[in-house]
Design a protein. Structure first.
Length: 531
């Protein structure tokens, strides 16, 4: 028994030291150089404690689906030409289909073989016959649509995460929700409007040739060529605030997109104006070289989210895979453009469904009030336990301190976020820890009343109370896990601290206090104790 007691004592000593080690980074402003071999995780504070911003975004997957269909329609046009299948028209028929008008029955058969080989996610059906040929409909399957929606939402989350990471927000929380939604929490952010602009920018970069043969003035009057569109260069004068819009007549077909970008950085040009330099991967460099080589003395518009940033003249074939975006950028605008281009484009536009901002002063007030509540509740519990149970109550207080250390260390270890409801969960676990000690002590009292020795009473008291404590903690733990699984925000924060607290309660109330009692009655051979 003595040997077993020594092992149990060593376990709790080690547990206490480990808990303290995990809490040092949280309460220390600077860590010594040798600490690099030890845990560096801190207890994270949620928005309601640290202040910051919470956003709920919805990914507009319908628009992404339209863009996907437009891209597939272009691919089909190239495939038909490559396979020499004759057609008269290709167009998107709805939000999930494409109509192709083929000239003959043989063309329909050839296209069916092509479709089965290259487009397995589409169902094919013959439509009406017209004077121009047989209309064939390609409709995306529901399974493919659902997979794409989930993929686009996840891709949007990753893109936003990369942007925020480069923006410099510490410990952001980003997760996907149902209905193509994304929850974003940005603790401690100082410029919410700039962050929203950065997060919500689609950042679809396109390079399009300017139509040099047709007049932009005629296009503005309504005479727009079939393969062209009008886009504008919109700039705001930083001094006067005046907005200037310059129209460009450009080709609809995108020659190159930003998906090939490997790097983006901010530079100063010869006039000390900010610009953004781009680098493409090998494939992008080959495409860019081919475009510039085939269109010397023409202009290439650089378009971001349908805004023409510049349309420089191509003087010669450009090799090396580098390009530059110029404009009237401020330092922040150029840096934000660099971030979104380097992080990648969102697969679809996003809409802000909810915006909530918590000031840091309110967060500090919450922390102060929470700490005061914990201190007051703890002091009352300590006072009650010592007055009612005497020296045994003091043992329960020591276990309560260890319980609090384990909860805080657990939050650091699991990199959990402490929220205001989480503080409430900690206070609740304090009460539950005391309840467990009360059950044990009352059992010991009952055994002492029937005339058993202190050692026998302690053993019987713990044996009889342990199963009751286990049952009560287990049922509450199941509830906490359900809250964690299906809850969001404050509910999940409450569930995290409650779960860790329940486990810590059982360890400290049943096992840690037993070590003290066993040491007193076995090693020191106490015959009586105030309880």
């Amino acid at each position: 028994m003595s040997k077993n007691l020594g092992l149990r004592s060593a376990i709790f000593v080690v547990l206490t030291i480990v808990a303290l080690v995990y809490l040092v980074p949280t309460f220390s402003k600077e860590l010594p150089s040798w600490w690099k071999f030890l845990p560096k995780e801190k207890v994270k504070l949620g928005l309601d404690l640290q202040g910051g911003m919470q956003l709920v975004l919805e990914v507009e997957v319908a628009k992404a689906l339209e863009s996907e269909l437009e891209r597939v329609a272009e691919d089909i046009r190239d495939d038909l030409r490559s396979e020499k299948i004759k057609y008269s028209d290709i167009k998107r028929n709805s939000t999930n289909g494409i109509d192709i008008t083929l000239l003959s029955a043989q063309d329909v058969k050839s296209f069916e073989v092509l479709k089965n080989s290259l487009y397995p996610d589409y169902d094919m059906a013959n439509g009406e016959k017209t004077e121009n040929g047989q209309v064939v409909s390609m409709n995306m399957t529901q399974t493919a649509i659902q997979n794409m929606k989930a993929s686009w939402t996840e891709q949007a989350k990753e893109t936003i995460w990369n942007r925020i990471d480069q923006f410099g927000v510490n410990e952001p929380y980003i997760t996907t929700q149902e209905d193509n939604r994304i929850l974003i929490q940005l603790p401690g952010i100082s410029d919410p409007d700039r962050a929203i602009s950065l997060i919500g920018k689609t950042a679809q970069l396109e390079f399009k040739l300017v139509d040099e043969e047709n007049s932009v003035e005629d296009a503005l009057k309504g005479n727009i060529p079939v393969d062209d569109e009008i886009l504008y260069n919109t700039e705001v004068d930083q001094e006067t605030g005046r907005t200037e819009r310059t129209p460009y007549l450009v080709k609809k077909r995108t020659s190159l997109t930003g998906s090939y970008i490997t790097d983006a950085k901010v530079d100063l040009d010869q006039y000390n104006a900010y610009s953004v330099s781009l680098s493409f991967n090998k494939k992008g460099a080959r495409i860019f070289e081919s475009i510039t080589g085939a269109n010397v003395n023409k202009r290439l518009a650089i378009v971001l989210d349908n805004n023409v940033y510049s349309a420089p003249n191509i003087n010669e074939k450009i090799s090396g895979g580098n390009a530059q975006i110029t404009g009237r950028f401020t330092s922040d605008e150029a840096n934000d453009l660099r971030i979104v281009l380097k992080a990648g484009a969102l697969p679809a536009p996003v809409t802000i469904l909810e915006r909530r901002t918590v000031g840091p002063s309110l967060g500090q007030d919450s922390i102060d009030q929470g700490i005061k509540a914990m201190l007051l509740g703890g002091a009352l519990v300590v006072l009650f336990m010592i007055l009612y149970y005497g020296f045994s109550g003091l043992i329960a207080v020591v276990a309560l301190i260890l319980n609090t250390l384990i909860i805080m260390a657990g939050l650091a270890f699991f990199e959990a976020t402490l929220t205001l409801p989480g503080l409430a969960g900690m206070i609740l676990t304090i009460g539950m820890a005391v309840d467990a000690n009360v059950l044990i002590y009352e059992r010991i009292r009952e055994e002492l009343r029937v005339g058993k020795t202190l050692r026998a009473s302690v053993e019987a008291g713990y044996e009889k109370a342990t199963i009751t404590i286990f049952d009560s903690n287990l049922t509450t733990l199941i509830t906490a896990l359900i809250l964690f699984q299906f809850g969001t925000g404050p509910v999940k924060g409450f569930a995290v601290t409650l779960t860790i607290g329940l486990i810590a309660n059982f360890i400290t109330a049943v096992y840690a206090t037993r070590v003290f009692f066993d040491y007193l009655v076995i090693n020191l051979n106490w015959k009586k104790i105030s309880i």
